[in-house]
Design a protein around this ligand. Structure first.
Ligand SMILES: Nc1ncnc2c1ncn2[C@@H]1O[C@H](COP(=O)(O)OP(=O)(O)OP(=O)(O)O)[C@@H](O)[C@H]1O
Ligand SMILES: [Mg+2]
Length: 334
């Protein structure tokens, strides 16, 4: 196998808050191959956005900070870089589509200006006229009337069009890695499908890797090669997408999938996962999911399960699965 493009190891990103230390991301590890798409799923507050912002080193300071871990991109630990070095990687080699598109576009500048700005901060395409490249980027993201849009301001565009602009800006310098944080959440279903198809096509054409953050498992099945399920600041299961959807291991993943509206379950009552993700200043002891888990064992409220390889492609953090701690197995036999 090729060396991974991105390898995150033991990432912990914490915040000092009035309510205490918030362990928003608390020991996350995963890797991404060139050209691969991994989805991160999980309920609100599980640490998905903070994981992506940590990779970009855009965690809101001074409250937020990376406590420990490594983020290796193309063999180099991003956490060792200076601010200047990181700035030259951001937007050029690693781009991000942010969760709130309106806050990332400047209302007082035209779309054309903002796309050109994104390109001009980097030197990759110096020969080509900035305007013609901006126009071809808009064409590439399926924007109708790109010439007109170049002269327009953000408020003149629909949500779907603004999101296309954000994608165009993120792709302006042909990044090797795209972090897409809920790229379609604000859009209606038809536009959602168009944007997802677009991202997939662009990825196929450019060979970039993508980390797609979403709380929507339906989207995952359309786009991702593999999935990391996050709960309470940790990854509880990693698996190829099809395997995850057909044979989820972790009770939390099982709950997420059971609560998906699907054709096969039409007419039946929809399952809902009881309870909410606890606040990150007060993660429960043991398995952080134990108080919501219908399959919990005695050990679960006192010992945190370790991430364990289940087979060649999957890993899971749950006491239900053998080859983990012996204690977990003994508990199971009781
Ligand atoms: N600036 C901040 N200061 C303090 N805590 C923060 C800050 N930003 C995020 N957090 C906390 O970190 C935790 C993880 O947040 P994050 O935004 O990563 O969640 P998420 O999984 O992306 O959720 P959502 O699906 O709602 O976008 C949350 O509990 C949040 O309260
Ligand atoms: Mg988020």
């Amino acid at each position: 196998m090729n060396p991974p493009l991105l390898q995150v190891n033991g990432l912990k990103t914490y915040f000092n808050t009035p309510a205490g230390l918030s362990k928003a991301v608390d020991g996350v590890s995963f890797s991404l191959q060139p050209g691969e798409t991994m989805a991160i799923v999980g309920e609100s507050g599980s640490g998905k956005s903070i994981t992506a912002l940590s990779i970009m080193q855009l965690v809101p300071e001074p409250a937020g900070y990376i406590e420990s871990g490594t983020i290796s991109f193309d063999g180099q630990d991003l956490l060792d870089l200076t601010w200047e070095q990181m700035r030259s990687i951001r937007g050029r080699q690693i781009s991000m589509i942010f969760q709130e598109p309106m806050t990332s576009l400047n209302p007082v500048f035209t779309i054309g200006y903002q796309i050109r700005e994104a390109m001009l901060t980097h030197d990759k395409f110096k020969g080509e006229s900035a305007t013609s490249r901006a126009r071809s980027l808009l064409e590439r993201v399926g924007m109708p009337s790109p010439n007109k849009v170049l002269r327009q301001y953000p408020h003149e565009l629909s949500g779907g069009m603004r999101q296309r602009v954000m994608i165009a800006i993120a792709l302006a310098n042909e990044p090797r890695l795209l972090l897409a944080d809920e790229p379609t959440t604000a859009l209606d279903v038809t536009i959602q499908a168009q944007i997802l198809t677009l991202l997939r096509d662009l990825q196929r054409d450019t060979g970039m890797s993508m980390l797609l953050i979403t709380h929507d498992l339906g989207i995952v099945s359309q786009v991702a090669d593999k999935v990391a399920v996050m709960y309470a600041g940790q990854i509880v299961e990693q698996s190829p997408t099809n395997t995850l959807l057909s044979n989820p291991l972790h009770p939390y993943t099982q709950g997420l999938i059971a609560s998906l509206p699907s054709r096969s379950r039409r007419g039946q009552e929809l399952y809902t996962l009881e309870g909410v993700v606890p606040p990150p200043t007060r993660w429960p002891a043991g398995c952080r999911f134990h108080d919501r888990c219908s399959k919990r064992l005695q050990i679960c409220d006192s010992q945190m399960p370790l991430a364990t390889k289940y087979d060649d492609t999957r890993s899971v953090s749950c006491h239900l699965y053998p080859a983990q701690e012996m204690a977990g197995n003994q508990e199971r036999l009781k």
